[in-house]
Design a protein around this ligand. Structure first.
Ligand code: HEM
Length: 380
C-alpha cells in the first residue's frame, strides 16, 4: 500500500512538502470525514477535528506488547489526568513568564553571532528553543549536541508511517535518552538545583518510569516544534514582505504563523468505543487522523483562509490541539516565538531569503525546514 492509499496524500512528494495545503483543500472539499483506501478515517474540517479532539470517546489505543512506557501525550484518563496534573505543577504559566529575560538574552546572543549570510535554522531557530528547554530542565550545555540525533529520531517516530530501519533506531535512541536522564535524575535527587528536573524529581507521586517518559517528552517537544514555528514564521513573513510587523505586533504574528503554517500538521486518535461521527459509524478501535493543517485553512472557521494575513484577529486555530491534550508547552512556545521573531525583525529588517524555495525535512507530523539560507543585508 502506498502512502497515498493510506493517508490520502503523499508526504514524500516534493510538491506536497512545498505546499500541502492545496491537497488538504481538495480533501476537505471532497468530505469532512474521508475514508482512505487503506481504511483510515481523516477529519478535514475545523469543526470535525475539534469534535474529535474534544470527545472523550476518542483517545489512544493500548500499548503493544513489549512497547516501552509511554509519555502522557499518548495516555488516556485517568493516568493522563494524574500525570499531566503533576507535571503542570512544575510547568506553570507563571514560571514561563519569569523566563522572558533569559530567553531574550539567549536570543540576543545568537543574533549577535549571526554572520551576514547564514542558515537561519542551524544558527538561530534550532539552538534557541534547545538552549531554553535544556536550561529549564537543567541539562548541562556540553550535552546538548548528544540530544540532537536522539531527538530527531524520536520526532520522526511520531509519524503514522515509519520506515522499518527507523524502528530499531528509535528503540536504541530512546534507551540512550532514558539512560542519560536516569543518571541526571539521580544527580538532581542528591543535589537539587533550581531547575524543572529537580522540581519534577521532588514530586513523590511520579514513578521513575513516568518521570523519564516526561523528561523525554519535554525535551523532544522543546527540540522539534518551536524551531519550526520560528523557521516557518521567518519564511512566510519574508515571502509576504511583512517581516517588519513582527517588530511591532509579534504576538499577533505568531498566532497567524501557527494558523497558516502549523509546525504540528496532524494528530491521531483511536475510537475507544463505537462512535457515530458526521453520520459515519466508527467502530471501536478505528484510527482517526485529525488534519490540523487542513482545519486551520477551513473557510468555515477563517475568512480568506489561504491568505497569510498578520493583521487578522487571531481565531481558534488548532496548532496546539484542543481538549485534554492541549499543548502543555503552548505558553513557552508562544513566548519563544514572539521573542525570536521580534528580535530578528528588529536586528535585520532587510533580511532576504538566499534560497527562494528552501528544502523541508521529510517528517509527516512535524512541518519544518531543513535549512533556511538568508542574507541579513546589514543590521539595524
Ligand atoms: C510551536 C510549538 C509547539 C507546537 C505547535 C505544539 C503542538 C502541540 C500539539 C498539537 C499537541 C497536542 C497533540 C495531540 O493532541 O495529540 C501538543 C501536546 C504537548 N506539547 Fe506541544 N507544541 C509546541 C511546543 C511545545 C513545547 C515547547 C513543549 C514543552 C517543552 C511542549 C509540550 C507538550 C506536551 C507535554 C504535550 C502533551 C500534552 C498532553 O498530552 O496532555 N510543546 N503540542
Amino acid at each position: 500500500m502506498t502512502p497515498t492509499d493510506m493517508l490520502g496524500f503523499d508526504p514524500s512528494d516534493p510538491g506536497f512538502l512545498r505546499d500541502p495545503y492545496t491537497r488538504y483543500r481538495e480533501l476537505r472539499e471532497s468530505d469532512a470525514l474521508l475514508r482512505t483506501r487503506g481504511g483510515l478515517l481523516v477529519a478535514t474540517t475545523h469543526e470535525l477535528c475539534s469534535a474529535v479532539l474534544r470527545d472523550a470517546r476518542f483517545g489512544h489505543g493500548a500499548p503493544a506488547d513489549g512497547e516501552p512506557p509511554r509519555s502522557f501525550l499518548l495516555m488516556n484518563p485517568p493516568d493522563h489526568t494524574r500525570l499531566r496534573g503533576l507535571v503542570s505543577r512544575a510547568f506553570t504559566p507563571g514560571m514561563i513568564r519569569r523566563l522572558r529575560p533569559r530567553i531574550e538574552a539567549i536570543t540576543a546572543g545568537l543574533l549577535d553571532a549571526l554572520p551576514d549570510e547564514a542558515d537561519l535554522m542551524s544558527a538561530f531557530a534550532y539552538p534557541l528553543p534547545v538552549m531554553v528547554i535544556s536550561e529549564m530542565l537543567g541539562v548541562p550545555p556540553e550535552d546538548h549536541e548528544r540530544f540532537r540525533g536522539w531527538s530527531e529520531t524520536l520526532a520522526r517516530s511520531l509519524d503514522p508511517i515509519v520506515p522499518p530501519d527507523l524502528i530499531s533506531r528509535t528503540e536504541h535512541d530512546r534507551e540512550e535518552f532514558r539512560a542519560y536522564f536516569r543518571r541526571l535524575i539521580a544527580l538532581r535527587r542528591e543535589r537539587p538545583g533550581d531547575d524543572l528536573l529537580s522540581a519534577l524529581a521532588q514530586v513523590e507521586e511520579l514513578t521513575e518510569q513516568e518521570l523519564l517518559g516526561t523528561c523525554v517528552l519535554l525535551l523532544v517537544a522543546g527540540h522539534e516544534t518551536t524551531v519550526n514555528l520560528i523557521g516557518n514564521g521567518v519564511l512566510n513573513l519574508v515571502r509576504h514582505g511583512v517581516l517588519g510587523r513582527a517588530a511591532d505586533a509579534p504576538q499577533q504574528v505568531v498566532e497567524e504563523v501557527l494558523r497558516y503554517d502549523p509546525p504540528v500538521q496532524l494528530t491521531m486518535r483511536v475510537a475507544l468505543e463505537d462512535v457515530e461521527l458526521a453520520g459515519t459509524a466508527v467502530p471501536a478501535g478505528s484510527a482517526v487522523l485529525a488534519l490540523v493543517g487542513a482545519a486551520n485553512r477551513d473557510p468555515a472557521a477563517f475568512a480568506d483562509p489561504d491568505r497569510f494575513d498578520v493583521e487578522r484577529t487571531p481565531g481558534r486555530h488548532l496548532a496546539f490541539g484542543l481538549g485534554i491534550h492541549f499543548c502543555l508547552g503552548a505558553p513557552l512556545a508562544r513566548l519563544e516565538g514572539e521573542i525570536a521573531l521580534r528580535a530578528l525583525a528588529q536586528a535585520a529588517p532587510k533580511l532576504e531569503l538566499a534560497d527562494p524555495a528552501p528544502p523541508y525535512k521529510g517528517n509527516l507530523v512535524l512541518r519544518g525546514l531543513a535549512t533556511l539560507p538568508v542574507r541579513l543585508n546589514g543590521r539595524a
